[in-house]
Design a protein around this ligand. Structure first.
Ligand code: UGA
Length: 438
């Protein structure tokens, strides 16, 4: 059992802290935001993430997980320190690592013996060197540490599962000793024969960006294929299915939609694109993925505009789904933001409903008509747009929907509704890359 401190209690820090304590270690999660720590100490989880509540509760009860604002002591007490603070997108597209730098200085000041310092936050390639430099500058003369990059591959909405049952664990460490310590931290996974990759620090940092940017690229690719399918009378679902049956391609992340969102793909694609330019080896593929994604979001607004006759003014639109994907209350970079913006700019009104993300969207649009059910959101509307593929929208009764709308018009940006049924009920509809039912 190791004594571990995780600094930063965002979704990466909390899930990692909970997961590592579940592996049997003694974990302290530390954060400078007092209100966050206070609510965690009172048993409240500040983010919506399936399974996180019970993971935290189970380990707090077992005495393996605790929360503190005393970062200095948490550093002094630990053998391994995970840095899991935010790295928001800076003005030039590169990730802003000022929070990571500030944690590095605190670690240096409190380095009272050998420790492994491990970055989990997604940081620009080369940040490892900077963190080491800052620790060395502020540490006592006898300070001793090894640095590790251990990127996370957690998806919001299934982060707990992804942490406890990962596809692989990447450990970027120059020292063998640090690698062995990290292997102990993840020992239950190692015992279960999950692949553990030992790389150098820059490689580990690169793996994270390369993986996220590739997934973003894959989505942009299938979205462009979908758009072309519409022009040539092909069906993108069949195209994606057949493509995915080729083991070299894999069927995952080939689902067309309104463009990717969230806190990771938009930020990480910009970061790797900015870095590649800075290093003089531009990644044209990633630049293209970013442009395509922005265009896809815009394309959805144009599709809706066409459905309502080219004019949003005085139209009431029901928006079903605000989160950037199901099972999260996160609306950052969600395509629903672009959609709502376009409707409001065009003089329309919005009834919005998301099973859990209404509150988050109020930060972006405080004055929409937020509803507590899809039925209320769709009542008396001129059109409805499905923006997130929540299960409850997959099963909505089209008969009931039609009976409450002013005009049965629907844009299904996630392709979750049966076109045969839409046609049967007399809906005017559009979706992404499908052959429309005649
Ligand atoms: C993503 C990665 O999948 C994780 O592996 C990574 O750890 C995480 O970023 C991170 O860097 O922290 P996440 O942003 O939570 O995870 O969400 P995804 O499930 O990857 O979805 C991202 C966006 O792509 C969503 O808007 C989703 O609707 C869209 N998407 C996904 C598609 O449009 N089509 C697909 O086929 C798949």
């Amino acid at each position: 059992m190791k004594k571990i401190t995780v600094i930063g209690t965002g979704y990466v820090g909390l899930v990692s802290g909970g997961g590592i304590s579940d592996f049997g270690h003694n974990v302290t999660c530390a954060d400078i935001v007092e209100s966050k720590i206070k609510s965690l100490q009172e048993g409240e989880i500040p983010i919506y993430e399936p399974g996180l509540n019970s993971l935290v509760e189970r380990n707090v009860t077992a005495g393996r997980l605790s929360f503190t604002t005393n970062i200095d002591k948490a550093i002094q007490d630990a053998e391994v320190i995970f840095i899991a603070v935010g790295t928001p997108q800076g003005e030039n597209g590169e990730a802003n690592i000022s929070a990571v730098e500030s944690v590095a200085r605190s670690i240096g000041k409190n380095l009272n013996g050998y420790k492994v310092i491990c970055t989990k936050s997604t940081v620009p390639i080369g940040t490892g060197d900077r963190v080491c430099e800052l620790i060395r500058e502020s540490m006592p003369e006898n300070g001793e540490f090894d640095y590790v990059s251990n990127p996370e591959f957690l998806r919001e909405g299934s982060a707990v599962k992804d942490f406890l049952w990962p596809d692989r664990v990447v450990i970027g460490a120059t020292s063998e000793k640090a690698f062995e310590i990290m292997r102990d931290v993840y020992s239950p996974l190692y015992v279960n024969e999950k692949p553990m990759l030992h790389t150098n620090v820059a490689t580990a940092e690169m793996i994270k960006y390369a993986a996220n940017a590739f997934l973003a690229l894959k989505i942009s690719y299938i979205n462009e294929v979908a758009n072309l399918c519409e022009q040539v009378g092909a069906d993108v679902h069949q195209v994606a299915k057949a493509m995915g049956q080729d083991g070299r391609i894999s069927p995952k992340f080939l689902h067309p939609g309104p463009g990717y969102g969230g806190s990771c793909f938009p930020k990480d694609t910009h970061a790797i694109a900015a870095l590649s330019k800075k290093k003089g080896t531009p990644m044209n593929t990633i630049d293209a993925a970013i442009i395509t994604n922005n265009n896809q979001k815009k394309r959805m607004t144009e599709k809706l505009l066409n459905l309502v006759g080219g004019d949003f003014s005085n139209k009431t639109i029901g928006i079903l789904g605000l989160a950037f994907k199901p099972n999260t209350d996160d609306v950052r970079e969600s395509s629903s933001i672009d959609m709502i913006q376009a409707i409001l700019e065009g003089g329309g009104m919005v009834n919005a409903f998301d099973p859990i993300a209404n509150e988050s969207m109020k930060l972006f649009f405080p004055n929409l008509n937020y509803c507590d059910s899809w039925e209320t959101a769709c009542n008396n509307t001129d059109a409805v747009a499905i923006m997130t593929e929540w299960n409850e929208f997959r099963g909505l009764s089209l008969g009931e929907l039609k009976s409450i709308m002013k005009s049965p018009t629907i844009l299904d940006t996630r392709n979750i509704l049966s076109m045969e049924k839409l046609k049967e009920h007399g809906f005017k509809y559009d979706n992404v890359g499908r052959i429309k039912a005649l």
